[in-house]
Ligand binder design. Structure first.
Ligand SMILES: [Fe+2]
Length: 316
């Protein structure tokens, strides 16, 4: 599948008002205009797209959907055919949903874990319209997507890898340096970063562990770090450099309990030509000072929609 990367993410949260302050004033996101049909949701921009992040009111903090961007209409049509040919249940977004997302067309489907995904093409865009919520040099998004996510899966199955690699067409990047079982994947068209999505195995647990967003300058990492410390927002990992990517980053907890990794690329990522097996997670820094799994990681029964849970065949 000709997928570029993650075009948008949607969350549910009881903390919309906290995000309304934190989003622009800590992260530098721009508050986007909410649709007339969805006035209670909060939308953020990180570049010239209509929005990249959506926060919908809900009783608990959870990832509601991941919006993957197909390169264009023809690639979208091919992808829909592939899902159907492989027996993946897809539903077509109606005009009202496409308008909410600001896209031409979209489909919705689930991965074998139960996470809700969408595939779309052509999101609304206005060149040179992004204005950060505070002085900020901007985010690296644009043609490569908004960043990456790492999700927790209660079971790490061959079916999951088959879905990601054989159907979604993702490239296997590697297992990372962590002790547990984690898989990192990037889309077929992503030549900029090592991963768009990771699935980490934690028995009986499910939810978003962190979201990674790249900023345009090291200064933006440092100034975000200063703001996080000034507000006494808990950190997950201090400033450091991963062994597998030429990036500097730190992780802190968002109002929704998942971590945000703020990243600066020291140099362009290059595919390695062989599968990395790092001795350690980071070359320097990245001292773990908070829980690896934040409060957004819960049981599948808490995170999944009741209707979907009822329809899901029990694991044998
Ligand atoms: Fe990350």
């Amino acid at each position: 599948m000709d997928i570029i990367g993650i075009g948008y993410l949607g969350f549910e949260t009881p903390k919309i008002e906290e995000w309304r302050d934190y989003g622009p004033n800590v992260m530098g996101y721009q508050i986007a205009k909410s649709a007339e049909t969805d006035p209670n949701s909060l939308y953020f921009r990180t570049d010239d797209r209509r929005h990249r992040l959506a926060f919908h009111p809900g009783p608990i903090d959870r990832l509601a959907y991941i919006g993957w961007e197909a390169k264009g209409r023809l690639e979208f049509i091919d992808a829909v055919e592939k899902f159907r040919a492989n027996g993946i249940e897809v539903t077509t977004g109606d005009a009202a949903l496409c308008e909410l997302r600001g896209v031409r067309e979209l489909i919705r489907f689930r991965d074998p874990v139960g996470y809700q995904h969408e595939l779309f093409y052509a999101q609304k865009w206005t060149p040179r319209s992004f204005t950060p919520g505070r002085p900020h040099g901007g985010f690296v998004a644009g043609k490569r997507g908004l960043g990456h996510v790492v999700l927790i899966t209660p079971e790490y199955t061959p079916e999951l890898e088959n879905f990601l690699i054989k159907i979604m067409g993702f490239k296997w990047y590697g297992a990372g340096a962590g002790k547990g079982r984690t898989g990192f994947f990037h889309t077929k068209l992503n030549t900029w970063t090592s991963h768009d999505i990771g699935y980490g195995h934690a028995p009986g647990r499910m939810g978003i562990q962190h979201m990674g967003m790249t900023v345009d300058s090291m200064r933006d990492v440092g100034e975000t770090y200063d703001l996080v410390k000034k507000r006494e927002i808990p950190l997950l990992m201090t400033l450091g450099q991963h062994s597998q990517d030429p990036c500097v980053s730190f992780y802190h907890f968002s109002p929704s309990g998942f971590a945000i990794e703020t990243i600066y690329e020291l140099e362009a990522w290059q595919p390695d030509g062989f599968e990395l097996n790092p001795e350690r997670l980071s070359l320097w820094g990245h001292e773990i000072v908070g829980p690896i799994l934040g409060t957004s990681v819960r049981t599948p029964e808490e995170v999944l929609d009741p209707a979907y849970l009822a329809s899901k065949p029990k694991a044998s």
